[in-house]
Design a protein around this ligand. Structure first.
Ligand code: SF4
Length: 291
């Protein structure tokens, strides 16, 4: 009887082939995984298979590093009370905080209460806020805000998210800015910088601000939300720019899967850093006295 016709031997041979193939495939998988892991470590990129626990740890590590980079965070809009912050935040839509801060001193001196906005002369108010852009829409929002506060909240800015989002000119972002900075209620401010950075860090792939806020709210402790928002936004404005991030001097580079989007050479990256913390940020990157 030939070997091929012996059922016992055929079975044995098939088992051997199968086991050989499985072993080969497992070896290949193992080697592939190692290679993948080394590549990921080398490039600083995270594998998509990061566990939830690892993701939480990385998100919090990034937060701790940002706290070292930006030990004094604050709302960059100037205000002295919840109404002023509400107005400044409405004006900051499609406008820089610097421009808003140049505009508000005269505005706040003229309009001191919700009733002042409620009864404002539209043309006059438009002139005050014209430098912030979209001034017709914003004027409508400010007058509407004043009227709503007078009619429904005794002229005071309410301090719950549910009430704030009912006000003209208020979305969740504005409401969270006011909650966190005027009332000390923890809030995540998901603006364009915040969304861009948490996606670059691979903390979420969501683009809808509400969904982004929900995901990040589960990664970062609630008590940290307001300062975390400031830190992320500071980092977005000073280091991790939309077009050319300063990867080579970035304090969270080791935890960032997008490392390399911008220049990685320290000297080139250093030139991209902006803002009053530049010297401190460059010193942390080992480049003292280069601001
Ligand atoms: S600057 Fe570069 S390394 Fe730093 S967070 Fe942005 S993309 Fe990542």
């Amino acid at each position: 009887m030939s070997k091929a016709r012996d059922p016992g031997r055929r079975e044995q041979s098939e088992r051997a082939q199968l086991s050989g193939r499985r072993e080969q495939s497992e070896r290949a998988q193992l080697s592939g995984r190692r290679e993948q892991s080394e590549r990921a470590q080398l490039s600083g990129r995270r594998e998509q298979s990061e566990t939830h626990l690892a993701l939480v740890r990385r998100a919090r590590r990034i937060n701790r590093k940002l706290a070292v980079a930006f030990p004094h965070v604050y709302c960059e809009l100037d205000f002295t009370n919840p109404l002023e912050l509400s107005v400044a935040t409405i004006l900051s839509a499609q406008c820089t905080d610097v421009r808003v801060n140049q505009t508000t001193p005269v505005l706040f001196a003229r309009y001191r209460t919700a009733a002042d906005y409620a009864g404002a002369n539209r043309a006059e108010l438009e002139e005050f806020i014209r430098p912030t852009g979209f001034y017709r829409n914003k004027t409508g929002s400010l007058i509407g805000l004043g009227q709503a506060l007078v009619e429904r909240f005794d002229g005071e800015v309410p301090h719950t998210l549910n009430e704030l989002v009912t006000l003209p000119g208020f979305g969740r972002k504005t409401a969270n800015v006011v909650l966190g900075n005027a009332f000390g209620v923890p809030g995540l401010t998901v603006d364009t910088h915040f969304g861009r950075l948490v996606r670059r860090w691979g903390l979420t792939g969501e683009t809808d601000p509400v969904k982004v806020g929900k995901v990040i709210g589960e990664l970062i402790p609630r008590r940290e939300w307001t300062d975390y928002s400031h830190r992320v936004i500071f980092h977005g404005r000073r280091v991790c720019h939309a077009r050319k991030p300063a990867c080579g001097v970035c304090i969270v580079a080791h935890d960032c899967p997008s490392y390399g989007l911008g220049p990685v050479a320290k000297e080139a990256a250093a030139k991209l850093v902006k803002g009053p913390e530049t010297e401190h940020l460059l010193a942390l990157a080992g480049l003292s006295g280069q601001s």
